[in-house]
Design a protein around this ligand. Structure first.
Ligand SMILES: [Fe+2]
Length: 349
């Protein structure tokens, strides 16, 4: 990472960080332990809490989430060791345009470089994906994780954490299904053996944090994201009224937010969260975002139980693998187009 801010990192004036924004107060903290107790009234209460949190905030903290602390701690340690390696070592597992997995330090959001280095890996590697994002692309390719040799134990630590994040994702999908009045396993088949990936982020200290973003404003393509952060602040969220707020980490908790796929599946009932990450002058920040999406072949469209004459579908369907491909391409290239989002599939009513 350069020690000076190159022009490619500098945000347009209207998207630069605002140092005056406030810390969010009252983000719901949701305890998942009722899922283990099996107590029906407690589960019903949990379902209502999740519904209220997603409607109001599009996100919440989750505690008693079931991810073992030692698995998380081991992943955190190995990740810090990986990013501390010399650049040439990390570049041995570099991502490229055809193969979107591995290490990358030239990530773009809305055509501006993010002040971050990342390592992406599938939780169920290998994964079959469309060769490109063209609507009529019949060719599929198989992508597998790039496995760095160093540090020792990195791959195993990442795999173990990824499985736990996915397990939490399935539990949350059950609660969300219930909150939509659906059977708890309604989403299960769509998400089995998916191409969901975990993104490991390192935001290095930045000499000019007022000019750059660690990650530009975006919505996640996923149905939901399980975000693990260290104790360094950086995440900011956009409320429905357009106001930005900082999210301070809650030690031991994970941050859950909804993305584009859930927006479409729920026919707009659960909207996706706009968010960004700011940089800072003197602290390294590490995070992991498990992006839980359906399998490549799944047609993402409003669930049939949620639409009727009075509430017609708000979105056209799209094949998940192609949507995913398009979003990933925009991380590499300066495209003359906006990020693909659910609104691009909106049906005019
Ligand atoms: Fe995100």
């Amino acid at each position: 990472m350069a020690c000076e801010v190159e022009s490619a990192y500098i945000q347009p004036t209207d998207t630069r960080p605002d140092p005056t924004i406030q810390v969010a107060q009252g983000i719901p903290v949701i305890d998942l332990s009722p899922l283990d107790s099996g107590d029906k009234s407690q589960v019903n209460q949990l379902v209502e809490e999740v519904k209220a949190a997603l409607k109001e905030w599009r996100m919440f903290f989750v505690v008693n989430h079931g991810i073992p602390a030692d698995i998380r701690q081991n992943a955190d340690e190995k990740i810090a060791q990986f990013f501390a390696l010399p650049l040439e070592e990390k570049l041995k597992v570099q991502r490229d345009f055809k193969d979107t997995l591995g290490y990358f330090n030239k990530e773009l959001t809305h055509n501006t470089k993010d002040w971050v280095e990342v390592y992406d890996y599938f939780v169920n590697s290998p994964v079959e994906l469309p060769a490109n994002a063209e609507a009529d692309c019949p060719k599929m390719v198989t992508l597998a994780n790039k496995r760095p040799e160093n540090p020792l134990g990195f791959v195993e630590a990442c795999d173990a954490y990824g499985k736990e994040a996915e397990r939490l994702g399935f539990r949350l999908l059950e609660v969300i299904a219930l909150s939509l009045g659906l059977p708890s396993k309604r989403f299960q088949a769509y998400f089995e053996n998916s191409g969901s990936f975990n993104r490991v982020n390192h935001y290095p200290p930045c000499p000019s944090p007022s000019l750059v973003l660690g990650k530009g404003c975006h919505t996640d393509a996923s149905a939901l994201t399980v975000l693990a952060t260290d104790n360094v602040s950086g995440l900011e969220i956009k409320r429905k009224d357009g106001k930005w707020l900082k999210v301070n980490p809650l030690p031991g908790a994970y941050i859950i937010n909804t993305g584009e796929a859930m927006n479409v599946f729920s026919n707009g009932y659960y909207e996706s969260l706009e968010h960004r990450v700011v940089a800072n002058t003197n602290q390294h920040r590490y995070s992991m975002g498990f992006s839980f999406g359906p399998a490549s072949h799944v047609m993402v469209k409003p669930l049939k139980e949620l639409v009727n004459e009075l509430n017609p579908p708000k979105f056209k369907g799209f094949m998940w693998g192609k949507f995913y491909r398009s979003r990933r391409n925009s991380n590499f290239l300066r495209l003359n187009a906006e990020n693909l989002e659910a609104r691009h599939f909106k049906i005019n009513q």
